[in-house]
Design a protein around this ligand. Sequence first.
Ligand SMILES: *[C@@H]1O[C@H](CO)[C@@H](O)[C@H](O)[C@H]1NC(C)=O
Ligand SMILES: *[C@@H]1O[C@H](CO)[C@@H](O)[C@H](O)[C@H]1NC(C)=O
Ligand SMILES: *[C@@H]1O[C@H](CO)[C@@H](O)[C@H](O)[C@H]1NC(C)=O
Length: 303
Amino acid sequence: MVSLLALSLLAVPLASAQAISSKRGLCYVATKDSSQDDKIWTESGSDLTWYYNYGASPTSDIGNTELTFVPMQWGAPPTSTDMTFYNTVEGLIKSGTKIPYALGFNEPDGCANGGSCVDAETAASTWIREIEPLKKNYKVSLGAPAVTGSPAGFTWLQNFFTACNGGCTPDFIPVHWYGNFEGLASHIGQVNATYPNMTMWVTEYGYPEMSLKDTQDFYNQSASYMDRLSYVTHYSYFGAFRSSVSNVGPNAAMLTQKGELTDIGAWYLGEKAEGNKPKGGAAQVAKFAGWAMVVVGVMFWLV
Ligand SMILES: *[C@@H]1O[C@H](CO)[C@@H](O)[C@H](O)[C@H]1NC(C)=O
Ligand SMILES: *[C@@H]1O[C@H](CO)[C@@H](O)[C@H](O)[C@H]1NC(C)=O
Ligand SMILES: *[C@@H]1O[C@H](CO)[C@@H](O)[C@H](O)[C@H]1NC(C)=O
């Protein structure tokens, strides 16, 4: 079923990946090299139009650029009356920051290493208290919880909407995918079939631990595919860090171990590739919010 769907999607002719795309954004992951590397993402004229950093507040080096910041309520707040996320976003809006969009929950269905592991009921009550009012009061367009690409993700979302009892009205649905292009296309199709009334943002995706050629082929195919799908309005490739600290394999990174753009990094920004080859570092233990589910997802999908 899944592979048939993928095949029918693949029959759509492929366009050039280098077409300028305003859908592209930055999934910002803080690393020890970030302060040196941040300027590469903000050069004017790049294809990037937006970014998120898994948090409610902008990243200082990027905050004052043309990139639109998209705040995220990463996980469950400490108490059931907490208003930190709402208040932070409201503060940004009141001080003049444009906040057209907000995202709710990073991989809440993921409970090993780095998923935010939020049960559907807690997520629903948090959403109704802190996220839904952003739309009502400030016309912020809301992204549904970004579940993992596993079947458990669909179940979690279904439970979330049941627990919301009509009180959660996301405008678009974020998607995460780690695996090959056919899998990505099939997953996008399955999400669209399940939630046909929401546009889609692919907020983490990649083909981890593959050869450079396979990774580049995946990148080009998926970028041109998402550029052509009108209901995918935004996407952010994983990831924006050096190959030496990548936990999705060196070839997936957009920066080399020295902080230069790899070919994928250059194509993603709409620049000319220089042939900079990514090299790996010592085996990394996932350290950053949002990372570790990648590893779990990869094991899930590639075995
Ligand atoms: C990927 O796309 C870029 C830009 O269109 C092109 O220059 C490059 O040759 C492509 N690479 C692969 C591996 O298809
Ligand atoms: C996405 O969903 C819409 C609405 O059901 C449907 O018309 C469209 O064919 C779907 N697209 C794909 C690629 O599945
Ligand atoms: C999608 O929107 C249409 C038109 O508003 C509505 O009839 C339909 O029930 C909606 N589908 C879902 C799954 O919400």
